[in-house]
Design a protein around this ligand. Structure first.
Ligand SMILES: O=C(O)CCCC[C@@H]1SC[C@@H]2NC(=O)N[C@@H]21
Length: 252
């Protein structure tokens, strides 16, 4: 855990915009997109209509981090989607500066767990065609200070960093996250998804154990074997390997 004051480490070539209040940093990033040429983190102290995955609402009390990175990635939608694993790796390492890292884990497809509770979620939205991505928005919500009220996910109840480690302000945390995400981008550019995947798997909750994936059509239980080069979940079942592109995951 770090308490030392540090010089600004903000990554070169990346911008940041901090608002007091917006509806959602995803919506704000989309509105700003036509005017943004460089990767830009859009952070807000308050969101009035924050969104989570699968159309769920997201509640972020003030003091938690609400931010979206707007970028123009090279490559197609499949490469863009891999950024959720890069964001998870970057979040894991930023959190590990403030809490015992053995309590942290990433959960497929894009959550970070702390002592088994959800401490951070990631939401990807993009604009473009099947050929190319015009822009990608990577939204992150991190329970730095407080747990949101009224969240109905009994499997992974929300938890906050401050309950287990340091109390960190959203601006400070964003800086560490931005640095870590820039490092993930450099790794991706130099070594490809293989290294990102390897790092993510080292941090994955329940790797090698039996888990359940609930898709829109079925519930599949099997041994969590890996993720593939496209980021799909691989479960080993008595019928063979199941390759799962989208699901909610539950632990037994
Ligand atoms: O469902 C999830 O786990 C993803 C949650 C993502 C929430 C963040 S908070 C910042 C950004 N703005 C939003 O409206 N949503 C994302």
């Amino acid at each position: 855990m770090s308490t030392e004051p540090h010089a600004s480490l903000w990554p070169e070539g990346v911008d940041r915009i901090i608002r007091d209040e917006v509806d959602s940093t995803m919506a704000e990033a989309a509105r700003l997109a036509p005017d943004l040429r460089r990767p830009t983190w859009v952070m807000a102290h308050r969101q009035t209509a924050a969104r989570g995955r699968q159309g769920r609402a997201w509640v972020n009390p003030e003091g938690n981090l609400s931010a979206t990175l707007l970028m123009r990635p090279e490559g197609g939608p499949a490469d863009a989607a891999l950024r959720s694993f890069m964001a998870a790796n970057a979040l894991f390492e930023a959190l590990a500066l403030h809490v015992d890292r053995t309590k942290l884990a990433v959960k497929w497809p894009n959550d970070v767990l702390l002592s088994g509770g959800k401490v951070a979620g990631i939401l990807l939205e993009s604009m473009g065609t099947s050929q190319g991505v015009e822009w990608l928005a990577i939204g992150v919500g991190v329970n730095l200070k407080a747990v949101p009220d009224g969240v109905q996910d009994a499997a992974f109840p929300p938890t906050a960093l401050a309950e287990h480690g340091d109390l960190v302000g959203p601006e400070d945390f964003l800086e560490k996250l931005a640095v870590n995400f820039a490092t993930e981008e450099a790794i991706f550019a130099e070594l490809g998804f293989g290294k990102i995947r390897e790092d993510w798997l080292k941090r994955a909750a329940r790797l090698g154990e039996v888990i359940t994936a609930r898709t829109s059509r079925a519930e599949i239980t099997g041994t969590f074997e890996s993720i593939d080069e496209a980021g799909n979940l691989i479960l080993r079942t008595p019928k063979g390997a199941e390759v799962i592109a989208a699901a909610d995951v539950y632990f037994s």
